[in-house]
Design a protein around this ligand. Sequence first.
Ligand SMILES: Nc1ncnc2c1ncn2[C@@H]1O[C@H](COP(=O)(O)OP(=O)(O)OP(=O)(O)O)[C@@H](O)[C@H]1O
Length: 250
Amino acid sequence: MGNRQMTLEVKNLVGGYSQIPVLKDISFAVKPGNVVGLIGLNGAGKSTTINHIIGLLTPQKGSIKLNGVTLREDSQAYKSHLAYIPETPILYEELTLKEHIELSIMAYGLDNDRAWKKANELLKIFRLDNKLDWFPANFSKGMKQKVMIVCAFLTESDFYVIDEPFLGLDPLAINDLLELIVSEKERGASVLMSTHVLATAEKYCDWFILLNKGEIKTQGTMVELRQAYNKSDASLDEIYLGLTKDEVTR
Ligand SMILES: Nc1ncnc2c1ncn2[C@@H]1O[C@H](COP(=O)(O)OP(=O)(O)OP(=O)(O)O)[C@@H](O)[C@H]1O
């Protein structure tokens, strides 16, 4: 601590899946203890940004630093600081819930007792504590999503990347997840989440990145977005729709 290092620093990122870039020179940072919302229409580049951050894609230009290092400089350090919850749960057919948790503990090299203590708390919150010997591959969509949440949050990482966290969760689970995000934030962890649920983003995010066609249209706090939009009581929904309308009707 002491220094003012950002948790995540994305600088002039150009990237995508082929030589034709999806992301065209995007820059943003995530501060320790901040929840950042990545907002944009379908195809804006949210998942592509996330895929670059988690290392599934390599930048064509620019850099991505997590706690000061790029994935290339020190992949182990980079990955050990980051926990990721994908939009579509990734589960192993042949593993039980207990084995999925053991796999996360191993992958992150966590202290077994501490991690299980945390896991048990999370399992209780998400009402999965009596399902340790079950196979999550057969769970309902929402339950699968909860398994991914438990496996991510038991790592007590510095930085969480969550792609569309609210999709498929029941209202109770959405509330539990939001409480979890708040408590992680209070611990000093940061969260980057992509979402279409703007009312929730408005309530929980400290910073907003409005992506459009692979470019950052605008970013800032709610106060800054309202100033830029010239309306002091505008909702995120209103601001976002206002900013994208011209582009969409073109
Ligand atoms: N695997 C892929 N290969 C090639 N192009 C892709 C691939 N995945 C996405 N794209 C393209 O990248 C662009 C951005 O897509 P991306 O998935 O990042 O959008 P998004 O903002 O996450 O959208 P959504 O809200 O629908 O999830 C789109 O034009 C899409 O066609």
